[in-house]
Design a protein. Structure first.
Length: 220
């Protein structure tokens, strides 16, 4: 049981379309049921989530997603998971840096993360999700203790200015606030008096690396 993909979840958590079409291996091989955000507030409806979880009784309850930009109430998730007898699993690939640096609280039994998505670089390989996800623990643990914490210390402080810069450039998300590193589903709109070639250049920059995105928004 995971967050619905249109609400900011990930297809690998068992997504299927409103018409019942199964679009990921997780939904084909396993029975899944999504929970959703409140469309007015953009927040997860925890009361409805608990009600659905008690009815469905999932073996695994998943928190974490691809574009849900609010802070997850991990304590509440743990309560719900314990109440319905589920294992609480967090797909924290997108925010692993903040968790490694102990900037986010966590109450979990199982964690999923990728080196490629956040810890040491931003290369993403999609198929059934990355096949390159196996990390040598003897390498990763020292990295988490040294480089990673220092690397992500300024992430949360930088978020308001980054989001403000994005909104100034008329690249608006569904919800104009964020609690973590994600800014959900930006809607790309051209600036005033911009030609097609310049807009295409902006679009290409948006979908390049993090460093280029920050340089594009904050330095122009």
């Amino acid at each position: 049981m995971g967050l619905d993909t249109p609400s900011g979840g990930n297809t690998s958590h068992g997504y299927y379309t409103p018409h019942g079409r199964k679009v990921s291996s997780a939904s084909i091989f396993f029975e899944s049921l999504p929970y959703k955000v409140n469309p007015q507030t953009g927040y997860i409806n925890y009361e409805k989530l608990e009600q659905r979880a008690l009815d469905f009784r999932p073996k695994i309850l998943i928190c974490g997603g691809s574009s849900y930009s609010r802070e997850w109430d991990y304590g509440r998730f743990r309560q719900i998971a314990d109440k319905c007898g589920a294992v609480l699993l967090c797909d924290m690939a997108q925010i692993s840096g903040l968790i490694a640096a102990k900037n986010l609280p966590i109450f979990l039994k199982v964690l999923l993360l990728l080196q490629e998505k956040r810890l040491l670089n931003w290369k993403i390989s999609h198929r059934l999700q990355s096949f390159q996800l196996v990390l040598d623990k003897s390498y990763l643990v020292p990295e988490l203790k040294t480089r990673i914490k220092k690397y992500f210390e300024g992430d949360e402080e930088a978020l308001p200015s980054v989001l403000e810069a994005i909104l100034r450039r008329k690249l608006a998300g569904k919800h104009e606030e964020t609690d973590d590193e994600l800014m959900d589903e930006l809607e790309v709109q051209p600036r005033d008096n911009v030609d097609d070639e310049e807009f295409e250049s902006d679009f290409d920059n948006l979908y390049s690396t993090d460093e280029k995105i920050l340089a594009m928004f904050l330095m122009k």
